[in-house]
Write a new protein. Structure first.
Lengths: 305, 379
């Protein structure tokens, strides 16, 4: 098996991981700061993709589409927080799960009502729609490289926001003691809305970036949401650093597992059995990873008890 | 009064039941009208209703319900339609797993079932039933046609890709049944997977001369866009499901020139088809898809049987259905002894007409093709 193929697959895994990170970051932030389980996070992913596709179709500019995806997802997030989520903070997780599950259905059918049942068209911008030669003779799509870079930039931006700004200081304070920060005169309701909108905007950005590679359709957010939950459990709930490491771990495990396992089983099984067994095991691999992490670190890699 | 109109429209779309003339023949349609697969069910429904509208003198009442692509809901709906709506004929199901959950029970209760889409092998062979008719195809058919086309095109080393679930495995079996060349590699992906970078890298490294893939719906859109962006230029073949009119616009340029196999195409040259394409466009303002044509044919088969026989006499009605005395939009159409179609399957190419991506027929892959299970059916 050529080394270049393995490196290419590792890049694919990295790109996949970075995408999940954009989802997981918002999810873990919301859970960490507000203690809220938000199943509707995948709907913001979908909102971003649809906003980007609609804007790109109307204006012909992918960049404007990206801006629209951020704006639309942040607006949807803020609206949902003020209208629904705010009433859920004091209630138990089951109520939160029920209410946010209802939001998924409302978002999905609302999107269908607006855009119809058929998938929307959104393509990679012309300037990025080509392959580039990397050192070592690896041909790799430029767009995916850009996605990796954008994702890593967002990750460092988020780190700066949380550790170097006043808003970030309040978010961290809210995470450790929400009564105390309210008593100190911080507008806790405004802070929560802001955090929720930031989380939603990140999901929307992920949706727009991925939408150009995949199909923009109703229900596209839920498979990614499941991965994002796996990631925050692995990384430790509430930890941004954990979300980043967890995402990249999940991305690499999934991609390399899908690619290596069938050939690994091929060494001692006949080809069709190896393919069937390898693909079956590959689809379980990230959950096995999660279970192993939880055995050794019950609070996740960077979680605090 | 615009508000009244909106309200009426909202009410209509909520109830989903189409009030038609109260007639002797009652049809229950269970199909997918919400969720990711809603485009398929919508097309089947619209094609079906269009045919009924064009035959106003036949009394057929339709009850339409959404199965949400969930087998348990489909079973509940079927029970409700049989027991409380008292339908005579069931139809509409898109997915094979839902079909397997509903059809054997419905036919066992003496109801006719006309399938406008799903054609699982289990119902074509040993599990065939006198009251079950498939108006679309047996699941393997389009894949077999693709295998036959690969031989004609001179491909000798195919890379095969399908999701890891029963219809995916059947698809590759169907392809291999006709294809005579070598297999470069056979890869099963997760159902619902959206990122194919890993598989595309394997295709690039495999040295294959052709790629056959079965990835219905959104999976196919993702794969084609990523494949076009990867710079790999090995020719791709697929069944019509990934090149259907509903999703081609979402794939865009990435699909141009790809060959796909189908029993129907909008440019099929027969009067029934020309009239169908024209009236569908006039009625709904969009081009019909493969699924719409199947819904249309299903309704016309039903109408043809209702003209000559009464459903209260099941033997006569079954014989009338078997005769398939209607003008199919596919041209030649008749039933094999297992009540599955004998028909021609074509190779289409994706082209652009103005701003619209669509298909045109470039060859015939199989003529008068039945299915591999017909001999196992005893009825």
């Amino acid at each position: 098996m050529p080394v270049s193929l393995v490196i290419e697959q590792a890049l694919n895994g990295l790109q996949f991981g970075v995408m999940i990170f954009l989802m997981a970051a918002g999810l873990t932030l919301i859970f960490g700061v507000m203690g809220l389980i938000n199943l509707a996070h995948g709907s913001f992913f979908m909102t971003g993709a649809f906003a980007c596709a609609a804007t790109a179709a109307a204006t012909g500019s992918f960049l404007l589409g990206l801006a629209a995806s951020l704006a639309a997802a942040a607006a949807a997030g803020a609206l949902v927080e003020v209208a629904v989520i705010r009433r859920l903070y004091a209630r138990d997780h089951l109520d939160q799960v029920l209410a946010t599950f209802a939001l998924i259905l409302i978002f999905s059918e609302g999107t269908r009502w607006l855009f119809g049942s058929f998938p929307l068209y959104l393509d990679v911008p012309q300037a990025l729609a080509r392959g580039v030669m990397l050192p070592g003779g690896i041909q790799y799509p430029l767009y995916r490289l850009v996605v990796i870079v954008v994702g890593l930039c967002v990750a460092s931006g988020l780190w700066l926001l949380i550790h170097r700004t006043r808003l970030g200081m309040r978010i961290r304070a809210g995470e450790s003691d929400r009564e105390m920060i309210a008593a100190l005169g911080v507008n806790i309701a405004g802070l929560y809305t802001a955090v929720f909108a930031i989380g939603a905007a990140l999901a929307g950005l992920a949706g727009a970036l991925v939408g150009a590679l995949q199909s923009v359709q109703v229900g596209m957010g839920e498979p990614v949401l499941i991965l994002a939950f796996v990631v925050i459990v692995i990384g430790g709930i509430g930890s941004i650093r954990g979300a980043l490491i967890g995402s990249i771990l999940v991305g690499l495990t999934d991609t390399l597992g899908r690619f290596l396992l069938p050939s690994a089983f091929g060494l001692f099984l006949d080809p069709s059995a190896a393919t069937a067994f390898g693909s079956a095991l590959a689809s379980m691999l990230i959950y096995i990873l999660m279970a192993v992490v939880l055995i050794f670190r019950p609070n996740g890699l960077f979680g605090v008890a | 009064m615009p508000t009244t109109k909106t309200l009426l429209a909202a009410l209509l779309s909520c109830t989903l039941a189409v009030p038609a003339l109260a007639g002797p023949l009652k049809v229950g349609m269970i199909t997918t009208l919400s969720g990711g697969g809603a485009g398929l069910g919508t097309d089947v429904r619209d094609g079906f209703l269009l045919a009924l509208k064009q035959a106003p003198d036949i009394d057929i009442e339709v009850v339409i319900e959404d199965d949400q692509q969930k087998p348990d809901i489909a079973v509940q709906l079927a029970d409700k339609m049989i027991q409380s709506d008292k339908v005579d004929v069931l139809t509409g199901i898109i997915w094979s797993n839902l079909a397997m959950a509903v059809i054997p029970a419905a036919t066992a209760q003496g109801k006719f079932y006309l399938s406008p889409n799903a054609g699982p092998s289990a119902l074509a062979g040993k599990g065939c039933h006198p009251l079950y008719f498939n108006v679309a195809w047996q699941n393997d058919n389009l894949h077999e046609a693709a295998g036959a086309y690969a031989n004609d095109a001179g491909y000798t080393n195919s890379f095969l890709l399908a999701p890891n679930y029963p219809a995916g495995q059947d698809a590759l079996t169907g392809y291999k049944r006709m294809y005579q060349g070598d297999i470069a590699e056979e890869v099963f992906t997760q159902l619902g997977q959206t990122d194919y970078a890993a598989e595309i890298a394997q295709i690039r490294a495999s040295g294959a001369d052709s790629v056959y893939f079965f990835l219905p719906g959104g999976m196919g859109i993702s794969f084609l866009k990523q494949y076009a962006g990867s710079g790999v230029d090995i020719p791709v073949i697929g069944p019509a499901f990934s090149f259907d009119q509903g999703i081609l616009q979402a794939v865009g340029e990435a699909a141009l020139g790809v060959k796909n196999t189908s029993q129907w195409s909008k440019d099929l040259d027969n009067p029934a088809n020309q009239a169908f394409v024209e009236s569908f466009q006039a009625e709904y303002g969009r081009l019909p898809s493969l699924y719409a044509s199947q819904g249309f044919d299903t309704a016309n088969l039903l109408i043809s049987a209702a003209k000559t026989a009464d459903v209260t006499d099941p033997d006569a009605f079954q014989a009338a259905l078997e005769a398939a005395d209607f003008d199919s939009v596919r041209g030649n159409f008749r039933f094999a002894s297992n009540h599955h179609p004998i028909q021609d399957i074509y190779v289409r190419e994706v082209i652009r007409e103005g701003d619209i991506y669509t298909n045109r027929i470039v060859a015939t892959a199989l003529t008068d093709h039945s299915d591999a299970y017909v001999a196992e059916c005893e009825m």
